[in-house]
Write a protein that binds this ligand. Structure first.
Ligand SMILES: [Fe+2]
Ligand SMILES: [Fe+2]
Length: 503
């Protein structure tokens, strides 16, 4: 039997058809065929002494063929068609004005047409009921599938976003997630910039993930502005017909614009443009993107707050460090420069962004212990006495002791302790050597020396950067770790050691 896929079968599972046929064929001499919307027989059964061969003969014979053509011609869906020669009865199988196929019954021993018609109608209505029920089930199961899809999408995105503090990475995850559920040619994440009273594209990519030209809109402007002020999503089939649309430098026709809101405040929108295949955006698409937008909003807002707090505390640290540096006019901004140099070298060495941040902070605070060195020692122009030098050598230990007491610095405290150790073990205060010295301390040591060489002292002018590089190379393997000096050279050659900070 030919079993093409059809909507009829979606609504009426095969076992339901079989059960139905068994039931209606219990009494009476009948043959029943159910046809799909293509006119193909999807089920066929006989009862009451009609042989299968006979039935097949009828349902492939010329009377049936022309009857089927007749059924498929446009006729009212509630009309019963009769072929008196056999006789055959036929009627449309529909659901909500949609024709799914036909029911055909052959009643060889029909007492009279009225009786046959009544019998046909009974079976027909019963089958229509079954289809209606199947449709409800189908609807229900697709609703369950959709809910599941939505839940798993939310789970996926929340796992991926986690406590991601980097807003750029958050945007990458959002775009990736949108692409995976809604293939489209444009995904744009618009973010409100309250300071400049505008909305700008934090990330805008095409269907291949390639960047699109940036967008900047004045406060409340464009469709995005409307969605932000109303916090209501919009589906627009043709943006050019929308008076609010602001021209973009790339082509776009249809748009799905969903607000990203945290409580009462919209912080931006997710804009999806032109579905691949040209179909219109559906309310289901809107629902899914809204689910992503809700997660994205919380993540982006957390990231903003995190950055704000981090900046605040970094500027507090910088002020503290500058106050210490300021004790000695010759080392003004020394810590800031050592921090920049160490960051550049750490990046060349391939540390992950978190460790680079930690190294930056440790380098910034490396001399914080100088606060415990008496001023007359710190600022002494001439050679230090043995006692004074002993006091000076204690400053890395002071630094560690200060940082250890402050939770955000605890994990970097031990690095500053070794910033004056040497690769050959001739450094202070512990005389550690080689691998015994943590890598961040080795980096800070080289950066510290580079800045000391290039800075002015009351007794000499600062040397050039090229000279400093030469000196570092000369002492590679003795004072400095060769791998750090290699990275230093690479950073220098790439121009990464340039600083705007005053000397
Ligand atoms: Fe130091
Ligand atoms: Fe230093």
């Amino acid at each position: 039997m030919n079993r093409p896929h059809s909507r009829l079968l979606d609504f009426l599972q095969e076992f339901q058809i079989k059960e139905f046929l068994e039931k209606v064929l219990q009494d009476g001499s009948l043959a029943i065929a159910i046809l799909n919307d293509q006119g193909n027989v999807v089920a066929m059964k006989t009862a009451g002494g009609i042989s299968e061969e006979k039935m097949s003969e009828v349902f492939s014979g010329p009377v049936f063929s022309s009857f089927r053509r007749d059924l498929n011609s446009d006729k009212p869906m509630d009309q019963v068609t009769r072929a008196p020669e056999l006789p055959l009865y036929g009627g449309a199988l529909t659901h909500r004005e949609m024709k799914l196929g036909n029911l055909v019954i052959w009643i060889p021993e029909e007492k009279n047409p009225e009786h046959g018609l009544r019998e046909f109608r009974l079976i027909w209505l019963h089958l229509l009921d079954l289809i209606g029920f199947g449709f409800e089930l189908d609807n229900l199961s697709s609703e369950i599938v959709r809910n599941y899809e939505e839940l798993s999408l939310l789970y996926q995105i929340s796992v991926r976003l986690g406590a991601q503090p980097d807003s750029h990475k958050i945007c990458e995850i959002i775009v990736d997630q949108v692409h995976s559920i809604l293939p489209s040619t444009k995904v744009i994440i618009m973010v409100v910039d309250e300071e400049n009273k505008e909305v700008y594209s934090k990330m805008a990519v095409d269907g291949h993930g390639k960047p699109l030209p940036p967008i900047r809109l004045g406060h409340g402007k464009g469709i995005t502005g409307q969605v932000i002020s109303t916090r209501q999503p919009m589906i627009i089939c043709n943006v050019h017909e929308n008076p609010a649309f602001e021209k973009t430098s790339f082509p776009i026709t249809s748009l799905l614009c969903v607000p990203m809101a945290v409580g009462e405040k919209a912080i931006g929108t997710i804009n999806v443009g032109d579905k691949i295949g040209g179909a219109e955006f559906s309310t289901y698409d809107l629902k899914l993107i809204s689910a992503i937008a809700a997660e994205a909003a919380v993540s982006l807002e957390n990231s903003r707050l995190f950055t704000e707090v981090k900046d605040l505390y970094l500027s507090a640290v910088k002020s503290l460090v500058m106050a210490i540096d300021a004790k000695d006019p010759y080392t003004h901004s020394h810590s800031l420069r050592v921090s920049e140099l160490s960051t550049a070298v750490a990046e060349v060495l391939g540390f992950d962004s978190r460790t680079v941040e930690d190294i930056k902070l440790a380098a910034l605070l490396h001399d914080v212990g100088k606060i415990g060195v008496p001023e007359h020692v710190l600022l002494k122009p001439g050679k230090l006495s043995e006692e004074e030098w002993e006091a000076m050598k204690q400053h890395p230990i002071h630094s560690t002791q200060i940082l250890e007491h402050f939770k955000p610095f605890k994990h970097i405290a031990h690095w500053v302790q070794y910033e004056h150790e040497r690769h050959d073990g001739k450094g202070y205060p512990f005389g550690l050597k080689g691998e015994e010295i943590p890598m961040p301390s080795r980096i800070i040591a080289a950066a510290d020396a580079f800045d000391a060489i290039t800075s002015d002292r009351y007794y000499r002018k600062g040397r050039s950067e090229a000279d400093a590089m030469k000196i570092l190379k000369q002492h590679s393997g003795t004072q400095f770790d060769p791998s750090v000096i290699e990275a230093f050279i690479a950073a220098y050659e790439k121009g990464k050691l340039k600083t705007d900070l005053p000397k």
